[in-house]
Unconditional design. Structure first.
Length: 228
């Protein structure tokens, strides 16, 4: 557990350009404090000390503004940027190397017991204010846009935006890292695809008109009969 806490601090140093040194992150980063509290609370929860686990998570929520249920399952190299308003429900499962921003909710839509929160794959980025609701699966290497409300399963290597969330891009391989984060405009990309398709559609329509004209033109019909 202590090794995991050390790794949480190192991940914050790696992913946050504003982080300067280990002690600063350990003492002054609420997201790290929330993760430390979660690691301990999760251990208590799994060792039949559920009340103490819930008590610790309650104090962590009060101190950091981040609510993580001690029964949730969170993988390695998890990072919350800023963190205020983040809620992670009881049956949530989060993979490795997941990066989420403030205001994100991994919530449920049902009051019944059982699996009711999302499962997040590895290497997923979830933008600020996004809501991922229900027992859905978010495929690995997916990016969810800020303010999106995701209610359906999402395949791997996808980009999701909107309310309700819709997949605007789905690939099969990662884009090579250019050294900086790149977030292309999905609407602009959709318009580009339409413009690329227009010339071909115009040619097909022109050919169809010529065919119809030949079939309906009386002169061409009489000529065909004379030839016969």
């Amino acid at each position: 557990m202590f090794k995991q806490i050390k790794e949480d601090v190192e991940v914050a140093l790696e992913k946050d350009p504003a982080a300067r040194y280990f002690l600063e992150v350990l003492l002054l980063y609420p997201c790290v404090h929330a993760l430390i509290a979660y690691r301990v609370a999760h251990w208590l929860w799994n060792h039949d000390c559920k009340f103490l686990g819930r008590l610790l998570s309650f104090f962590a929520r009060w101190m950091t503004g981040i609510e993580i249920h001690p029964a949730a399952k969170i993988g390695k190299r998890f990072f919350i940027d800023h963190g205020m308003g983040v809620v992670i429900g009881e049956t949530s499962e989060v993979g490795d190397n997941v990066f989420i921003y403030h205001g994100v909710t991994l919530g449920g839509l049902s009051t019944k017991k059982g699996k009711r929160h999302p499962t997040i794959g590895d290497n997923v980025v979830i933008g600020a204010g996004a809501q991922v609701l229900g027992p859905i699966k978010i495929g690995g290497h997916t990016k969810i846009g800020s303010g999106s409300v995701v209610l359906q399963h999402v395949p791997e290597y996808s980009t999701v935006i909107g309310v309700p969330g819709r997949v605007v891009f789905s690939g099969v391989e990662t884009v090579p890292d250019a050294g900086e984060e790149s977030y292309p405009d999905p609407v602009a990309r959709a318009i580009e695809c339409m413009l690329e398709r227009l010339p071909q559609m115009e040619r097909e329509i022109r050919a169809l008109k010529e065919t119809v004209k030949e079939l309906t033109d009386p002169a061409s019909t009489s000529n065909n009969k004379d030839v016969k």
